[in-house]
Design a protein around this ligand. Structure first.
Ligand code: BTN
Length: 326
């Protein structure tokens, strides 16, 4: 009900009468009054004037289920949003909920993660009131081998959403880091539950540096945030809603072919290393090559120094620019 009231207030520039809210949402006057008081306590600035009703003047930078849902214009994603003030990791919570039967499209959001997980066993830091951390539960009917492409779908979705909602120009560092001015803005961790060849569920976890102005020492030189890029605080729920909307569109496109053929051009246009020399590091060797772009399976096409084309998979190698992180 909170999300519905917030959405209603947001859609009207003028005062909305208590009566209009009651009849539109089919709830009592007392219920509306109580919800308005709760929202005010949470930090929403709501003007209430006798005989005119209510007007939303300002929203706090919350990432609660009500705030995210009230901003979201999607078909099925985020119909259910589960919010934690503080949790270990939204991916861990999403996996638990998925095991308990949570529906396709359920989103888990946290204001603070105390045990945020990164790729390759690293940690991911989500300070309270600053970071943007959410995980999407998906139940796709796809082959297990194709599920890893969802990480690239999510990367593209975030890059597009950030451009659209904040006009921040991002690039993608294959396979799925989003960078701005060469520094990392976003990380994505996809986890799977499979049975032989059947995908039980997928959890796509997205971490974006939102209002962070400082970073842990070990990443300080390679990390940035939306607030740093915009030079002002941003409203985190707007970013989450935009990412979910953008992901929904691209995910449906992915499902049509079970590969990335419907988004290769868009992805390659944002690829930071495209037509540049990169260092390809595997457990066996390190080679210098030119990155050409991804193919429909999300593999990076590279041209080695003998002008031989090779396809590289994200699980096996890491790619660095010649002069640093990107
Ligand atoms: C990376 O190493 O770049 C991936 C970082 C992924 C972090 C996100 S934050 C939301 C979700 N919950 C987690 O514990 N990790 C992912």
């Amino acid at each position: 009900m909170k999300d519905k009231i917030l959405r209603l207030l947001r859609n009207r520039e003028e005062f909305v009468s208590g009566q209009a809210i009651c009849s539109e949402l089919g709830v009592s006057r007392t219920a509306v009054w109580k919800t308005m008081n709760q929202l005010k306590e949470e930090g929403y600035e709501i003007k209430s004037v006798n005989n005119r009703g209510y007007k939303l003047v300002e929203s706090p930078d919350l990432v609660t289920a009500a705030e995210v849902k009230s901003l979201l214009n999607a078909k099925w994603i985020g119909e259910e949003v589960v919010y934690f003030d503080t949790t270990n990791s939204t991916n861990t919570q999403a996996k638990r909920l998925a095991e308990e039967g949570a529906a396709n499209g359920t989103v888990v959001v946290a204001d603070c993660q105390e045990g945020g997980k990164g790729r390759r066993g690293k940690s991911w830091c989500t300070p309270k009131g600053e970071g943007i951390s959410f995980s999407i539960i998906l139940r796709p009917n796809i082959l297990a081998v194709n599920a890893s492409m969802l990480t690239l779908v999510a990367g593209l979705a975030v890059a597009k959403a950030v451009k659209e909602v904040l006009d921040v120009d991002c690039k993608i560092k294959w396979p799925n880091d989003i960078v701005s001015r060469g520094k990392k803005l976003t990380g994505i961790l996809t986890e799977l539950s499979t049975e032989v060849d059947y995908v039980n569920y997928v959890v796509v976890g997205i971490g974006i540096n939102g209002n962070n102005l400082e970073f842990p020492e070990e990443i300080a030189s390679i990390a940035t945030s939306l607030a740093v890029e915009k030079r002002e605080r941003i409203h985190r729920a707007d970013v989450i809603a935009a990412c979910l909307e953008s992901f929904e569109v691209l995910y449906e496109r992915f499902l049509e072919t079970e590969d990335l053929s419907g988004m290769i051009e868009e992805y390659n246009e944002l690829l930071i290393n495209r037509e540049k020399e990169v260092r390809v590091i595997s457990s066996k060797e390190e080679i210098i090559a030119t990155a050409k772009g991804i193919n429909e399976r999300g593999e990076l096409i590279i041209l080695d120094q003998n002008q031989k084309e090779q396809m590289i998979c994200s699980g096996e190698v890491s790619v660095r620019g010649l002069y640093g992180y990107t």
